[in-house]
Design a protein around this ligand. Structure first.
Ligand SMILES: Nc1nc2c(ncn2[C@@H]2O[C@H](COP(=O)(O)OP(=O)(O)O)[C@@H](O)[C@H]2O)c(=O)[nH]1
Ligand SMILES: [Mg+2]
Length: 301
């Protein structure tokens, strides 16, 4: 009798130790994931702040928030991606909050198209003195970017080059990077065939593109995802291809992979926008007439 009670006590202790161990592991995993998201947000903030700092106040370059146009066919998840990116960048918690209007079928006519998203400072609070300069810049909206939700391209069969050109030139503010959003499953998957043509027009305008494939959860396996990613990369001639399951109002649950992918997409996009700005600035410098001071100098050299 005494030995069985000892056994039970031992069993209870073992169970308690296993539960504590499992909880500690879960807490550790959560900490690692939070750290990974913070690192991505930090990278994005640094790039955005650097883009602004590179142009002195009153200088000739552009100090505005970089603009990324979200392009794609209707109902492929463009507006949902804006909402997803907003949640991930702002580090929003609690119930899902939509900024861009979304809908299951026909394109939603939304009055709002430009969404200025500020990137939350992961170090706010405990690094307050070191990062004072950055916070000051932040007050002026430096660590932010504009996501421009476009109305949607015409159906894939009817799509022409002029349609893509019009979508790019009508976008306001004018794009510095393109986020091409395509649904990776269902009958809409056939639209991927037009990827090559769309990507060509984007490149001809001197813009970089990031391909965002939505409805990731409808793919059956990691192998299928990888094959699709490779196929899209070949068609679009870019390695910047990301698969994502967007946040939607139905059955919403925060997901590490969605947060991580949305932040990775935006980090790439900001990098491309910075390259685009630099390219434009150096092209403008080359085309501007040499100053008289420069001309005199060359005479005396
Ligand atoms: N399951 C799932 N549904 C999505 C995803 N992205 C968008 N949706 C849904 O697809 C529909 C169309 O999305 P929306 O963002 O309005 O497409 P848009 O016309 O390209 O802006 C909406 O009902 C969304 O809830 C996704 O990644 N996964
Ligand atoms: Mg939309």
């Amino acid at each position: 009798m005494a030995s069985s009670s000892h056994l039970i006590a031992l069993f209870v202790k073992l169970a308690a130790a296993s539960v504590t161990g499992a909880m500690a592991l879960l807490a550790f995993r959560r900490h690692l994931r939070d750290e990974a998201l913070s690192a991505l947000r930090r990278d994005i903030r640094i790039s955005l702040l650097r883009m602004r700092a590179d142009v002195p106040e009153g200088g000739t370059g552009c100090r505005a928030a970089p603009a990324a146009v979200v392009l794609g066919f209707p109902s492929h998840g463009k507006s949902s991606f804006v909402n997803t990116a907003w949640r991930a960048l702002a580090g929003e918690e609690g119930p899902f909050l939509a900024r861009a209007e979304t809908g299951p079928s026909s394109p939603v006519i939304s009055a709002r198209r430009v969404f200025r998203v500020a990137v939350v400072d992961p170090d706010a609070g405990w690094l307050s003195t070191i990062r004072e300069g950055e916070r000051e810049a932040d007050d002026n909206g430096a660590a932010a970017l504009d996501l421009v939700d476009s109305p949607g391209l015409p159906e894939a069969e009817k799509l022409t080059r002029a349609d893509v050109e019009a979508a790019l030139s009508l976008a306001s503010p004018s794009p510095e990077c393109i986020l091409l959003v395509l649904r990776c499953s269902g009958p809409q998957r056939t639209n991927l065939r037009r990827l090559q043509d769309i990507a060509a027009v984007i490149r001809e305008r001197g813009l970089h593109l990031v391909v965002v494939l939505t409805h990731r959860n409808s793919l059956r396996s990691a192998k299928q995802s990888e094959e699709l990613r490779r196929e899209v990369a070949l068609r679009a001639k870019t390695d910047s291809v990301y698969l994502i399951e967007n946040y939607t109002a139905t059955a919403f649950k925060d997901s590490f992979s969605t947060h991580c992918n949305a932040l990775a997409v935006i980090r790439q996009c900001v990098e491309f926008a910075a390259m685009h700005r630099q390219h434009r600035a150096s092209a403008a410098q080359k085309s501007s007439p040499p100053s008289t001071l420069g001309a005199q100098k060359s005479v005396f050299e």
